[in-house]
Design a protein around this ligand. Structure first.
Ligand code: G
Ligand code: G
Ligand code: MN
Ligand code: NA
Length: 255
């Protein structure tokens, strides 16, 4: 059956379950945050990753409902970590164009995390360059500003891959820049990428924003990033995205 129908069914039957990938301090390997990534238990019980059903999220209604399920589940998981005294700084959730188009994303976030008693300072909204800067109106920047004013952090995802010229960094305020893994994966392969990544880290830090390197897969990349002054990293070197129970264990051991 068509992908949209399958995802629709999964939404209806509550088969959306976030997986979590740690974001670590590159000096200490301590877990400082997590990124929540959408996963769906398919009708054959296999776990489908967001990459597989990404195209279904271009349907604004599907995107809206997927985000609702994700936010509620993430709020529940965060509540249980807080109740258990498990330490973490923030959890990132990914949102896309449809979430903003179907209105009041800010209100939904405030309500869902408010009901769960999870302070918004623990939430990071991950928005990629295309979504943040691609709209022809102010809907996205206005919602982002409204949420930042409530204490939520905003991360610019996939930085360097397209729309975000350096001028945009000044016009679209964000708290965290996530350097796309296509740059990180070339560290140690060519010198240009080192110059590029080193420069990005420098500029972002001097502008007072935090940097997260995505897709860190080996210790050589981690060493280079540390040397360049990047404090935070995320990638298979530390952990793949894992289900909530495994994440709880990781937080207990390395949080
Ligand atoms: O986790 P995976 O590698 O399958 O992610 C593929 C893509 O899907 C990534 O670009 C990621 O940002 C995106 N993605 C993951 N989870 C979500 C989600 O809950 N909502 C949206 N809109 N995108 C997501
Ligand atoms: O677009 P976004 O940055 O949100 O995509 C996140 C996705 O990238 C994760 O869901 C995960 O599947 C994938 N990812 C995370 N770490 C690594 C890594 O170290 N290597 C590769 N190849 N993919 C990763
Ligand atoms: Mn992301
Ligand atoms: Na990214």
């Amino acid at each position: 059956i068509a992908l949209v129908r399958q995802i629709d069914q999964a939404l209806e039957e509550d088969r959306v379950l976030p997986h979590y990938q740690p974001i670590v301090n590159l000096e200490t390997s301590e877990i400082v945050g997590l990124e929540a990534l959408a996963r769906v238990r398919m009708s054959d019980d296999r776990i489908g990753s967001a990459g597989e059903f990404h195209s279904a999220l271009t349907d604004p209604r599907i995107a809206y409902e997927m985000t609702g399920k994700m936010l509620r589940q993430v709020a529940r998981d965060m509540r249980s970590w807080l109740d258990a005294g498990i330490h973490f700084q923030h959890v990132g959730v990914n949102v896309t164009t449809g979430d903003f188009q179907r209105g009041d994303l800010a209100g939904r976030i405030v309500e869902i995390f408010g009901n769960a008693g999870v302070p918004l300072k623990h939430i990071v909204l991950e928005v990629n360059e295309a979504v943040y800067m691609g709209g022809d109106d102010d809907v996205v920047p206005l919602a982002v500003e409204a949420l930042r004013n409530q204490g939520l952090l905003v991360a610019l995802d996939d930085f360097g891959t397209g729309y975000a010229s350096l001028t945009h960094l000044l016009n679209f305020p964000v708290d965290i820049i996530k350097i796309d893994r296509s740059f990180v994966s070339r560290l140690g392969i060519d010198q240009q990428s080192e110059i590029l990544v080193g420069g990005m880290i420098d500029i972002v830090r001097k502008l007072g924003m935090r940097v997260v390197a995505e897709g860190v897969e080996d210790v050589g990349q981690a060493d280079t990033l540390r040397r360049f002054g990047c404090r935070l990293g995320q990638g298979y070197l530390y952990s793949r995205p894992v289900p909530v129970r495994d994440c709880t264990r990781l937080l207990e051991a390395f949080g």
